[in-house]
Design a protein around this ligand. Structure first.
Ligand SMILES: [Zn+2]
Ligand SMILES: [Zn+2]
Length: 149
């Protein structure tokens, strides 16, 4: 993965301390928060950063290709922010607790490469979203089912 710093210096973007702090907060969260969820965490750490700064910074970071927004649940208002570019990984989402697990697999890259070659086209973005139940939720659901029986 290209580090944020490296891709920034090549694109000539302007990383201010506030923007860096917002990006670092996003990177520290593993659950791909919405802008509002990120704002709550940022504001708790740095009360001087307001909501519109967080929203504007997310737009800027996305324009710079440093983060990507995702619409896992199809709701346009609930875009979730991913501290990684759109093209380099895929996601598993737990339908019970919204846990996000990121994954990559060389076979997926092979499929895309074959498809591009066979159809003489260029794929710009690929995102596979697997939905299911994480181990903790599965254990909880199994327990509940057992108690109900
Ligand atoms: Zn991700
Ligand atoms: Zn879960």
């Amino acid at each position: 993965m290209i580090s944020a710093q490296r891709s920034l210096s090549s694109s000539g973007g302007r990383m201010t301390p506030q923007r860096r702090m917002i990006l670092e907060t996003l990177e520290s969260l593993t659950d791909h928060p919405t802008a509002e969820q990120l704002y709550v965490v940022v504001h708790a750490r740095a009360p001087e950063i307001n909501r519109s700064t967080v929203y504007r910074t997310l737009n800027w970071l996305e324009t710079e290709g440093l983060v990507s927004s995702r619409r896992f649940n199809g709701d346009q208002r609930a875009g979730q922010f991913d501290p990684r570019p759109a093209c380099d990984h895929h996601h598993f989402i737990c339908t019970e607790c919204d846990l996000v697990v990121e994954f990559e697999h060389p076979l997926i890259d092979t499929i895309i490469a074959d498809f591009q070659r066979d159809h003489a086209l260029e794929v710009c973005e690929a995102s596979i979203v697997l939905r299911g139940v994480c181990p903790a939720c599965r254990a909880r659901l199994t327990q509940t089912a057992r108690e109900a029986a």
